[in-house]
Design a protein around this ligand. Structure first.
Ligand SMILES: Cc1cc2nc3c(=O)[nH]c(=O)nc-3n(C[C@H](O)[C@H](O)[C@H](O)COP(=O)(O)OP(=O)(O)OC[C@H]3O[C@@H](n4cnc5c(N)ncnc54)[C@H](O)[C@@H]3O)c2cc1C
Length: 509
């Protein structure tokens, strides 16, 4: 639990949920001021030493990494969104729970404390002008500004308002973007029926829709889609809203692109039993708008009438800026190609969801997850400041599918690999009709050489470093039922170093 707290989330609600909900007597802290902070009349300096593009988790990590090596660094963060740098993970879960304060972007942690989704308090950020004072050790942020092109030779970035800035070191953290469904793309008037789930503004629209609409379809089987389907449905139940949530995807079950089939089907059954209309093995065949409602004709023959559709299927790396800048895009995983030091070109780095990095153990890959973004951002920042270190950490992603299960995944989570499951106390033995309740479990993913390359932990807390170690050691032919016992041992805080600690701007000064 300690690491989860350190990461600033209320992950682990499956176990800690009871505690979370019983501490409702606590009052929210006083306002931390309006999170939006656009600088209305900004004038960019002509040059900055460190320029970070994007205001998400990797940028936050990079800021820390730079300042760990170069404590007097002057850093400028430029983000497309009108919000100070913030974390996205709570937008599909914690921000939907009782006690969350959506206006001030505060959510309740498992221990009952409030925290903001913002990484830093507004007063952490300096006035842009202070970057023009060479002796000032400052971080400034400009929101509502999009980088449209980087010239890696001239070391210059161009923005959508016509301005530009030269840099000594630059980091791109463009994250992911929603994918338009091909059958909806050309439907006249469809815009009014579409929602996405990648930003605070998206979250606010989703909340409004959950309060007002009768029917919403979430497209996609992945973690964000599944978390959101649960959260919206649960929110509607608690607030007596009339909303009915449908989740539609072509795969066999929820999280099919990550977990073995029996687990995916099990998850689907659990979500259905929570009142969500999950339609697996179906896609939109055609759509029409009739009397302000969207009629979805599915490949399964079903017809669903909804007010809105959430495009939560297959969030893809946002590579618009990279393409416009002539950077290499990985044809396999769609990310921006970087080397082991996370550099795409000289003095130009990429971190987080958008990067396709080289992992010396597991090969070239892309990984989406908050901790990965903070860790790659931190390393990129350190390297920008001269550290020249390769990225070698096995980072993790986590997901809370409501109260159903908490998942933590490390390494290659590819269900097309051979998997071995070990659940406590009873193992489902890859049974495709698994009906039981998951207490704790581990799924190992093995490559052709019988080496563990990925580990998924189900309701197992504080054991990520054990999983990292097993993947890093690359020992073949392990007795995995024995190895699994390491994950059932009692959690010891000493075992899990606090990594990627994020201060809580609400409770810490
Ligand atoms: C709803 C949701 C829930 C999630 N839940 C979890 C979870 O429970 N656990 C987990 O491990 N991970 C979770 N994730 C994934 C995690 O949030 C991401 O892995 C992480 O945010 C990636 O960080 P990043 O810095 O690469 O990109 P982001 O955090 O996406 O930040 C990128 C930012 O860059 C901006 N940007 C893009 N292009 C430009 C440009 N050209 N100019 C200026 N700005 C630009 C974008 O607007 C965006 O704000 C979730 C993601 C979402 C969307």
């Amino acid at each position: 639990m300690i690491r989860k707290l350190a990461l600033g989330t209320a992950a682990g609600t499956g176990v800690a949920g009871a505690l979370y909900y019983t501490q409702t007597q606590r009052q929210p802290p006083p306002p931390i001021t309006e999170p939006k902070k656009r600088l209305p009349k900004y004038e960019l300096p002509t040059k900055v030493k460190y320029l970070l593009i994007g205001g998400g988790a990797s940028s936050f990590g990079a800021c820390r990494g730079i300042r760990a090596v170069d404590p007097k660094a002057q850093v400028l963060i430029v983000g497309r969104e009108d919000y100070l740098p913030y974390m996205k993970a709570p937008l599909s879960k914690e921000m939907w729970k009782s006690g969350a304060d959506k206006d001030r972007l505060l959510f309740k942690q498992w221990n009952g404390d409030y925290r903001s989704i913002l990484f830093e308090k507004p007063d952490y950020f300096a006035n842009l002008d202070s970057l023009k004072q060479p002796d000032e050790r400052r971080v400034a942020f400009v929101g509502g500004l999009s980088a449209v092109k980087v010239d890696p030779v001239e070391q210059k970035v161009f923005f959508d308002d016509g301005s530009s800035i030269s840099y000594e070191q630059c980091l791109i953290t463009s994250g992911t973007e929603a994918r338009m469904h091909p059958k909806l793309a050309n439907l006249p008037g469809i815009e009014k029926h579409l929602l996405t789930v990648t930003s605070v503004e998206d979250f606010k629209k989703l909340q409004q829709s959950a309060c007002e609409d009768e029917s919403i379809a979430v497209l996609g089987s992945g973690t964000v889609a599944s978390e959101l389907a649960y959260s919206m449905s649960d929110f509607a139940k608690r607030s007596n809203a009339k909303l009915k949530v449908t989740q539609i995807f072509p795969e066999a079950g929820n999280l099919s692109s990550m977990v073995p089939e029996y687990l995916a089907k099990w998850l689907t059954k659990q979500l259905i039993s929570e009142g969500i209309n999950v339609i697996a093995k179906a896609d939109i065949a055609s759509a029409e708008i009739v009397a302000k409602k969207l009629h979805l004709h599915l490949t399964s023959g079903q017809r669903i009438v909804v007010d809105k559709v959430v495009l939560a299927d297959d969030l893809r790396p946002d590579v618009k800026l990279a393409k416009a800048s002539g950077l290499e895009i990985d044809p396999q995983n769609g990310g921006i190609v970087v080397n082991s030091e996370l550099a795409a070109r000289s003095n130009l780095y990429v971190a987080g969801d958008a990067s396709s990095f080289f992992d010396p153990r597991l090969g070239r890959r892309r990984f989406e997850g908050h901790e990965h973004a903070v860790s790659t951002g931190t390393l990129a920042g350190r390297n920008m400041a001269g550290a020249r270190k390769p990225f070698s950490k096995q980072t993790l992603m986590w997901s809370d599918i409501g109260e159903i299960v908490n998942l933590e995944g490390i390494g290659l989570l590819d269900p097309s690999l051979k998997t071995v499951s070990a659940f406590f106390p009873d193992s489902p033995e890859e049974n495709t009709d698994f009906e039981g309740k998951i207490t704790k479990g581990v799924v190992f993913y093995k490559n052709d050489a019988d080496v563990v390359v990925g580990i998924l932990l189900c309701n197992v807390f504080g054991k990520a470093s054990t999983a990292r170690r097993i993947i890093s050691e690359q020992k073949p032919s392990l007795d995995l039922k024995e190895v699994a016992k390491l994950f059932y041992e009692k959690y010891s805080p000493e075992e899990e170093p606090e990594e990627a600690t994020i201060p809580n701007p609400v409770t810490e000064s």
